[in-house]
Design a protein around this ligand. Structure first.
Ligand code: ATP
Ligand code: MG
Ligand code: MG
Ligand code: MG
Length: 567
């Protein structure tokens, strides 16, 4: 591919709305362009990477015995009503009407459609198991689309669905996908970790997520330093009941938040606050403008009795205080050296507005034994917030009892054992060996194809641009001609390009009439794993220079016998 005719408009400056490096570089390298919030055009270079990711995934799915299908993106509401998800799914589901006023949605996932497809056709245990997958565009009206391809509203996903006749088969299908995921992510060249996970809106029996380890990840992973254990800290959940009035007295819709056990005990917080444990009834942590803050709701007592009153959790005995007041009254030092996920400075606020736009909070769990790490999926006020109650939680303590460390991760894949959740609601049945009607046992398995490209950049970049793993680089090699006005160099580069094409090398050819500096900068920016540079001096000496993008190492290859020398 000749870059003189290629559509890869590069940018010198980072786009103003790009916060993470992958978003900046995908834009600057001319791989994507934004159409509107969370919706992107994939340009030729970007699409090449995406297609390479998709190809590896396809190969691993096929190897594991899954069969590719392509399901519609527009889905009738009636199917979603059968499973109850038309109501449950909330605002992430983009709903639309046809000319007759019928309800539809854009598929955020395809459990309903695939179950409908299979229930009509599979009659006997002899037809099971099956596993069907697709690589397709999904739409989720994310509350906060951001980070470019990382959290889009429209994005590309591989989703697979398995149907089995019994538990043993369903488990085998699950673990076959688990292994296929490991193989695919390893081939793509990601540093990743499978972790135990919550099943979220998909539901089901149990699940694992595949996390790419990167500081910009939105998930927090607890990993054991001594064993394989890993868990996503969003696993536990808290729910704010529907109808709770907000600050202005309006009943709110149900707010679902995800909570995880933090590492600080109530006792520790109490020690810090110099209050007795039974006096501290709730303690919350939130992030405001990127700063983590603990909000403590303290029961009125002798030490705190004249602190500004604010009734937050029903009953006047619950009070709040501003930081200065609490510090004055308790003499507690501001400086709460918490472990990962907890703040360095404990601060207490009395302002009702603080919870609006919150990302993270920590609250006491039912037993008041430790703090919970919570991320809200919707903004809420302190009043709503104070009413969050834990509906489910898990403790990340590995069985081996080893030390847990917390890191950030990007969820690139998710495998779920669904069990009967969809087959029961949608009556997906078959006749077993004894002629008895049974529900199929399902699993579903997603991979964020477009998110992987962004994740790979998060893990592989430097100050000059992307350093793509060869398996998913837009091109593996960039042949750069420094011909300029030197016709001999230009001719030789053309000749070499023809040879490289014949050799079947995945290469692009920078034949543009640009200065060498521009060509080098662009090649570094896009991150082709290898650059082959032909200049006047090299031609004279009969060599071409090869540069490894990631290490910067340079070597020389002979022009005569290039094909034999190139490995
Ligand atoms: P997240 O926790 O990041 O919102 P999810 O758990 O909602 O993801 P799943 O329903 O498990 O996502 O979907 C399967 C995969 O699709 C995810 O593992 C992720 O890689 C990808 N994915 C999900 N949402 C997005 C998005 N908004 N943009 C890009 N990829 C996404
Ligand atoms: Mg999501
Ligand atoms: Mg998730
Ligand atoms: Mg998930």
């Amino acid at each position: 591919m000749r870059l003189s005719r290629y559509y890869a408009p590069t940018l010198k400056e980072d786009p103003a709305d790009a916060e993470v490096v992958s978003h900046k570089l995908l834009m600057r390298a001319g791989m994507i362009r934004k159409l509107t919030s969370g919706i992107y055009n994939y340009l030729p270079l970007g699409l090449r990477s995406i297609n390479k990711v998709a190809r590896i995934i396809r190969e691993e799915m096929d190897r594991a015995g899954a069969m590719e299908v392509l399901l519609p993106m527009v889905q009738p509401a009636d199917l979603w009503r059968e499973t109850g998800r038309w109501d449950y799914y909330g605002k992430e589901l983009l709903r639309l009407n046809d000319r007759n006023g019928r309800d539809y949605c854009l598929g955020p996932t395809h459990e309903e459609v695939i179950t409908d497809l299979v229930r009509g056709e599979i009659k006997s245990y002899k037809q099971l198991p099956i596993n069907l997958y697709q690589i397709q565009t999904k739409f989720r009206d994310e509350i906060r689309p951001r980070f470019g391809l990382m959290r889009g509203r429209e994005f590309i996903m591989k989703d697979a669905y398995s149907f089995d006749k019994d538990e043993a088969g369903a488990e085998a299908s699950y673990w076959a996908m688990f292994e296929a995921y490991k193989a695919a992510f390893a081939r793509i060249g990601l540093r990743f970790k499978p972790v135990q996970a919550d099943s979220g809106a998909i539901g089901g029996d149990f699940s694992h997520e595949f996390m790419v380890l990167a500081d910009t990840g939105e998930d927090t992973i607890a990993s054991c330093k001594s064993c394989e254990f890993g868990a996503n800290l969003e696993k536990a959940r808290v729910v704010l009941p529907e109808g709770t009035p907000n600050a202005s007295g309006t009943p709110c819709p149900e707010i679902e938040a995800r909570a995880t056990p933090g590492a600080k005990t109530i006792e520790e917080v109490c020690t810090f606050l110099s209050v007795e444990p039974q006096k501290l009834i709730k303690s919350l942590l939130l992030t405001i403008d990127g700063e983590e803050t603990v909000l403590a709701l303290v029961r009125g007592d002798r030490e705190l009795n004249d602190i500004k009153l604010r009734n937050l959790v029903g009953g006047n005995e619950i009070e709040m205080a501003d930081e200065a007041t609490v510090q004055e009254k308790t003499g507690a030092p501001v400086g709460f050296a918490g472990p990962v996920g907890l703040p360095e400075g404990l601060r207490i606020f009395a302002d009702q507005e603080l919870c609006t736009g919150t990302d993270w909070v920590v609250g006491a769990n039912k037993a008041d034994t430790h703090l919970l790490h919570v991320s809200l999926e919707r903004d809420c006020t302190i009043e709503q917030f104070a009413d969050l109650r834990v509906i489910e939680e898990t403790d990340p303590c590995p069985e081996c009892g080893g030390e847990v460390e917390f890191t950030k991760g990007i969820e690139v894949g998710h495998v779920f054992k669904l069990g009967l959740k969809y087959s029961e609601k949608m009556e997906a049945t078959f006749l077993d060996e004894n002629g008895k009607s049974k529900h199929m046992i399902m699993g579903c398995y997603g991979i964020g194809v477009s998110r992987i490209v962004a994740s790979a950049i998060e893990q592989n970049h430097d100050e000059n641009g992307c350093c793509f793993p060869p398996s998913i680089a837009p091109f593996e090699v960039a042949l750069i001609s420094l011909g300029g006005k030197d016709q001999d160099v230009a001719d030789k580069a053309e000749e070499l390009y023809t040879e490289i094409m014949k050799m079947g090398i995945d290469a692009c050819y920078d034949d543009r009439k640009e200065r060498p500096g521009v060509k080098f900068a662009d090649a570094d920016l896009v991150g082709y794993p290898m650059q082959l540079v032909l200049g006047g001096k090299g031609l004279k000496n009969g060599i071409i220079e090869a540069k490894d993008r990631k290490t910067g190492e340079k070597s020389e290859l002979p022009l005569e016998g290039f094909a034999e020398a190139f490995v």
